[in-house]
Design a binder for this molecule. Structure first.
Ligand SMILES: [Cu+2]
Length: 185
């Protein structure tokens, strides 16, 4: 058996260009595709293990019908855990976030817990890499350190109906002294 493919004359590349029945161009594309898969696998491994990139995890499951009355969700907002660490519980629903504002001190490390009590929403904090999908029945979690004073709006980025564009809030990052005033007030 020869290692070339026979083709009707006058069509496609000539026989010398065919090895093992595969067109050299096709062979190159196959190599490129396989190579890309290896590159992607390596990049994902580096991102996940060396650079610490993590997908927002579905931390736990909740009942979307009752969650707003349970535990920390009953009073959504920021809580001081001490040592510069905070946690924030945010409930998303048609068409608002609760709370609408989170005031955090500069350099606060905040564990963000977000859930939805109706349908799927998004939670993206502008100018940060906080970007989560919010699925009813699940709690999306990310930790972020706010190391810049300013206002960072959070928005819903999953279209959820006519009030979608009005669905936003803001993280207000303030100096230590301003935060102390805020908490004392
Ligand atoms: Cu929306």
């Amino acid at each position: 058996m020869t290692d070339t493919l026979e083709r009707p004359s006058g069509e496609g590349p000539s026989e010398e260009h065919l090895t093992m029945g595969i067109d050299p161009w096709e062979k190159n594309w196959m190599k490129l595709s396989a190579g890309l898969l290896v590159v992607f696998a390596v990049l994902i491994t580096i991102a996940g293990f060396a650079a610490g990139f993590q997908l927002p995890g579905a931390e736990s499951e909740v009942d979307p019908r009752t969650v707003a009355n349970e535990g920390p969700w009953a009073e959504p907002g920021l809580r001081d855990l001490g040592d510069g660490k905070f946690e924030a519980y945010v409930i998303s629903q048609l068409w608002s976030f609760s709370p609408r504002e989170l005031v955090v001190p500069i350099d606060a490390e905040v564990d963000l817990y977000v859930t939805s009590i109706d349908l799927q929403h998004g939670f993206k904090i502008t100018d940060t890499n906080v970007n989560m999908q919010i699925v009813p029945g699940q709690v999306s979690v990310l930790t972020y350190t706010f190391d810049e004073v300013g206002e960072f709006p959070y928005i819903c980025h999953e279209y959820c109906g006519e009030g979608h564009a009005a669905m936003f809030g803001v993280v207000n990052v303030v100096s230590e002294s301003e935060f102390a005033e805020e908490v004392g007030a």
